[in-house]
Design a binder for this molecule. Structure first.
Ligand code: GLC
Length: 737
């Protein structure tokens, strides 16, 4: 619709209609199925306001969306179409690896293609806005939502944010794809103690340096929406934070799209202790610039009266409503309220072979080889193996936040190995999860995601069968991990070890003296310290997605060389959390406690280092790094620096290697981390190929944020590091004069 016509429509709307556009409700309000995770309360919204609602949460499918659109538009005085928004976070029906796995691909270009595919599936199915990318920097594996994040690093998350937005919004100007809604703004990943919905409090310098840039990257890539987070930040709930929404997002970053609360987060301003009641919450949220109220009654019941009583400036409602109408117009909904959704098109797009193949490629690049003692991997097609463990035949490989995925369409590990003609037999050994108290504590959520807990006799029999099978082979492939209900939203944990019953199975097999190839499924970094020395190989599979079994089989059989690298640190102990590579030096850095003794920054009962560092991942074969160099050592600040290194693939397979460039600013007006990733390149190497890899660095790359959120460059000495991960690095010192 021409903007002039849109203005005419807007000017003809009543205040109630405008407020209606700022309400988002779930499918149960619209005679449709309802997938929404969050507090289920009776909202007490009048039917009049329900009929004026502007958008719907988590109703998908061409049939349902058309049905609801028809009903809703009839009820709207100006027949304004609904916007359909859904949690399409790492795939719609063809599910990609969970985002911590996508981050571990270090391949934004391939991830972008995966999100293009997700956008095509969702577009054909009548969805308009995807509640993704989730790019919260996450440094604490106790937090369940690390599942959804690309990881702990601002640069990796920023590049993934750009790729995901561009993927979803490909051909958006041709009314195709999805509008991307980046979340959760801001710094939700920094919840204290990794406890869900907990407090976030940090310096402005730390906030901008480590948490804000991925959201900005998504905004710069053209994201159409920004979703607030469920935490308070420095004492203010983000849905009521005018500085965050107006001063930074709107004024500094020039965001012109729509802001939306998280689920009920406007009403939760009261629970945070920032508003007295719904009316006060409505006033504080709309004045902060929060535009759509997701699944809370506050705007629907309070905003009209606040404006009529002159307590809230009507312009705030006008601006918010105008942003919503503009997005609906950009989506082309006034011309085609179904936006191209059609059952036949949906059937053709969803789960197409090409989309499955791309999901498999992403999973292959997401999988991280953490250990491979004596090259026990790749598997030997002449050898017979035992595939043991609760994930051996498991199809729940898509994680908690693939709410629209279909687990029955997932390729399990045993199916993948069968497709590669590997000779093996299967035994379950034990359940994934046997903690009934934990399952029961999840209320309605457990009904959505039933957990099978075997009887004691079944459990005993499963273990016996597994031991009997293990005795018949030399090498056991042991498929363990966490149930999908143990991570994702509401999935914070204090114990990051494998479940006790799974550890028992591993120990029983270890006692037999068998070689063990441990394959780990889950949404978060685990503490593997208690199993590391009992197994010969460790393969981190994350939730590998719809094609997980095929991707794993290709890696385990050596048809694909593993190239994944951890985008989040694996701790030695959960007591170290949050543990991350870009830590500060402290005044007493612990070099080697045995030499330095007691009074250094250390634990007396555990190492300070992680078990596996950020950026770590092995291949079949080694890479040799040598000859790091720059043309000179001193540069004027307007000069660019070329830093190079020679890398050789010493292995007998072609391989991808992610070369990482870190910097350290040893003297600064705000202390800087011992190292910070400033660039990376994923490079293909033929067998025994040597390449010279070059990075270009300038003063901009070496800036840091001060406590006003300003980027600062201070000339002086800088240390540059290049290597295959954040620990094993070659150093080159340079000086910017
Ligand atoms: C949830 C999540 C958010 C999701 C929204 C809608 O509480 O925090 O990521 O998009 O509600 O389901």
């Amino acid at each position: 619709m021409e903007e002039e016509k849109l203005h005419e429509l807007f000017n003809d709307m009543s205040l109630k209609e405008k407020v209606g556009q700022l309400i988002q409700l779930s499918g149960d309000f619209f005679d449709a199925q309802n997938i929404s995770f969050g507090p289920h309360d009776d909202l007490g919204i009048s039917q009049e306001m329900i009929d004026l609602t502007g958008s719907v949460l988590n109703v998908t499918g061409a049939k349902d969306t058309k049905h609801i659109q028809d009903i809703a538009m009839k009820k709207q005085p100006h027949h304004i179409p609904l916007m359909f928004m859904a949690d399409i976070i790492y795939g719609y029906k063809t599910i990609l690896p969970s985002p911590l796995g996508l981050g571990s691909t270090w391949n934004p270009e391939l991830v972008k293609k995966g999100f293009e595919n997700a956008g095509k599936e969702a577009y054909a199915s009548g969805n308009h806005v995807a509640f993704a990318p989730m790019v919260d920097v996450a440094k604490d594996a106790r937090w369940g939502r690390v599942l959804e994040s690309p990881g702990e690093d601002s640069l990796v998350n920023s590049r993934m944010a750009k790729a995901m937005v561009e993927g979803f919004q490909k051909d958006f100007d041709k009314k195709k794809g999805q509008a991307a809604c980046v979340k959760h703004y801001a710094a939700y990943g920094a919840v204290e103690s990794g406890k869900e919905y907990n407090t976030v409090d940090m310096s402005i310098s730390n906030l901008f340096q480590n948490y804000m840039m991925p959201y900005k990257a998504a905004v710069d890539a053209g994201a159409k929406m920004v979703m607030s987070s469920l935490n308070s930040l420095n004492g203010i709930p983000t849905s009521a934070d005018k500085w965050l929404i107006k001063d930074i997002l709107r004024d500094k970053w020039k965001f012109k799209g729509v802001t939306i609360s998280d689920y009920a987060s406007i009403q939760e301003i009261i629970d945070h202790g920032y508003a007295r009641n719904n009316s006060d919450a409505a006033k504080k949220a709309i004045e902060a610039g929060e535009e759509i109220d997701m699944k809370s009654p506050v705007y629907a019941t309070e905003l009209v009266k606040l404006v009529e009583d002159g307590i809230v400036d009507s312009k705030l409602v006008d601006d918010a409503c105008w942003h919503v109408l503009k997005l609906k117009n950009e989506l082309g909904l006034f011309e085609d309220p179904y936006r191209g959704a059609a059952i036949q098109k949906e059937l053709k797009e969803v789960m197409s072979p090409e989309k499955r193949e791309l999901s498999r490629k992403l999973a292959e690049e997401a999988i991280v080889l953490l250990k491979n003692k004596n090259s026990v991997l790749p598997l030997n097609k002449k050898e017979k193996y035992a595939l043991i463990g609760p994930f051996a035949k498991e199809k729940s490989l898509i994680g908690m936040w693939a709410v629209l995925g279909e687990e029955d369409k997932v390729v399990s590990l045993d199916e993948g190995l069968k497709n590669k003609n590997i000779n093996f037999e299967v035994a379950k050994g034990t359940d994934i999860l046997r903690d009934k108290k934990l399952v029961d504590s999840m209320g309605f959520f457990s009904k959505f995601n039933p957990v099978h807990i075997s009887s004691e006799s079944e459990e005993k029999e499963n273990l016996e069968k597994a031991i009997t099978l293990a005795k018949k082979v030399n090498t056991v492939i042991l498929a363990l991990g966490e149930h999908k209900i143990e991570s994702g939203e509401g999935g914070s944990k204090t114990n990051l070890h494998l479940a006790r019953n799974q550890l028992n199975l591993l120990n029983e097999i270890h006692k037999l003296g068998k070689k063990i190839i441990l394959v780990i499924f889950g949404g978060r970094p685990f503490v593997l310290t208690d199993v590391e020395d009992k197994v010969d190989a460790i393969v981190e599979a994350w939730y590998p997605g719809t094609e997980g079994g095929n991707a794993l089989a290709n890696i385990l059989c050596g048809d694909v060389n593993p190239s994944g690298k951890l985008s989040m640190t694996f701790p030695y102990s959960e007591a170290q959390e949050p543990i991350y590579y870009s830590h500060l030096s402290t005044g007493r850095p612990s070099k080697n406690p045995q030499k330095d003794g007691r009074f250094v920054s250390r634990y007396i009962d555990a190492p300070g280092e992680p078990l596996y560092p950020f950026g770590f991942g092995l291949h079949y074969g080694e890479f040799e790094y040598k000859n790091i160099r720059t043309e000179k050592q001193e540069y004027s600040i307007d000069e660019k620096i070329s830093i190079k290194v020679d890398i050789t693939n010493k292995g007998d397979m072609e391989s991808f290697e992610t070369v990482q460039l870190y910097m350290n600013d040893p003297v600064a007006s705000i202390v800087q981390p011992v190292k910070r990733l400033i660039d990376f390149k994923k490079v293909h190497f033929k067998i025994h190929e040597t390449k010279t890899i070059e990075f270009i660095v300038n003063s901009k790359s070496l800036e840091y944020f001060d406590n006003f959120g300003q980027e600062i460059f201070e000339p002086g000495v800088f240390n540059l590091y290049i290597g295959p991960n954040s620990r094993d690095l070659m150093k080159q010192e340079i000086i910017y004069k």
